[in-house]
Design a protein around this ligand. Structure first.
Ligand code: NCD
Length: 305
């Protein structure tokens, strides 16, 4: 039985396989309509979410399965003091697969050690978010047709942005990927990603605070929200929240085939005027998330279509 806690739990070959299943689902949705009949997905979300939880649920419904949902920790027994281990032992009696989001780093890993069904990390604190990375990879694959030979800019909250950490881990396995890390000094990439992933794999990278200066180099620009919920004080958040706001004039020197990604939700960091630029991929990216979650559920439940 397999769980997905970190994106590196999947090999490059397995990622290719998930992408090809997702593309097949996009082309032939009817083929998959009963694939998970009588199977149940439990979504255990101890932190706010719209896209991730609902795209998991939509994914399971489109596979013909059913969903059990805890959307709010306050309404579950966690509020009575139940441990994660006990919660997932019990959930394993009711559901065939669990998707969990939790504010504590490592919580889904603890869950996977105690569950008797596969556990999917749907975001753990400021750490990892592997299924967002699946959405990001399908988007890059469909928009750019490759993962190698890309200059990828990450902009915003690189410290707490878990989607950034997981996507850098995933891209570190391809050839000739260069990272351009754009953030305020206070929100730089944590050293466990910079040293253990980027430097350990001898990947090229630059760190800067100036988005406009690096814009012409980028093939992909991954914008992120400043993660308000992870700040210790409101004052720092207010000072940093609008560090970067992407507007059409800042894209004047960008490549004509740039792909602009954002895991969403957006707050202020991309102006709505950018949405009509054909290079804006973020709403397509959100849709891709559903298809990749369908492919992942099939894989972890070992369903052959
Ligand atoms: C992201 C997350 O939860 O980390 N959202 C998502 O799952 N699409 C990004 C964010 O909240 O900023």
């Amino acid at each position: 039985m397999r769980s997905l806690i970190n994106i590196l739990d999947l090999s490059v070959e397995e990622l290719d396989e998930l992408i090809s299943v997702a593309n097949d689902i996009i082309g032939n949705p009817d083929k998959y309509a009963d694939a998970c009949k009588r199977k149940k997905l439990a979504t255990l979300f101890f932190e706010p979410s719209t896209r991730t939880r609902l795209s998991f649920e939509a994914a399971m419904y489109e596979l013909g399965g059913n969903v059990l949902s805890v959307a709010d920790a306050k309404s579950s027994s966690a509020a009575k003091g139940e441990s994660i281990a006990d919660t997932v032992k019990v959930m394993s009696c009711y559901a065939d697969i669990i998707a969990m989001r939790h504010p504590k780093e490592g919580a889904p890993y603890v869950a996977s050690l105690n569950a008797s069904v596969p556990v999917i990390n749907a975001g753990d604190g400021g750490h990892n978010h592997p299924t967002q990375t699946l959405a990001d990879l399908l988007t890059i694959s469909r928009e750019k047709g490759r993962f190698s030979d890309l200059t990828v800019g990450f902009c915003g909250d690189l410290k707490f942005g878990r989607t950034v950490h997981s996507l850098i881990q995933a891209l570190s396995r391809y050839d000739n990927v260069k990272f351009v890390l754009v953030s305020p000094d206070e929100l730089k990439l944590p050293s466990y990603i910079k040293n253990d992933v980027i430097k350990a794999n001898k990947l090229e990278y630059v760190q800067t605070t100036d988005l406009e200066k690096v814009m012409p180099e980028l093939d992909v620009l991954y914008m992120t929200r400043v993660q308000k919920e992870r700040f210790f004080n409101e004052e720092d958040y207010l000072r940093l929240k609008d560090s970067y706001i992407l507007t059409p004039d800042k894209l004047i020197n960008a490549k004509s085939d740039l792909s602009i990604l954002h895991p969403l939700p957006r707050v202020n960091e991309i102006s709505v005027a950018v949405d009509k630029d054909p290079r804006a991929c973020y709403f397509r990216q959100a849709l891709n998330g559903k298809y990749m979650r369908m492919a992942l559920i099939l894989k972890l439940l070992e369903v052959e279509v």
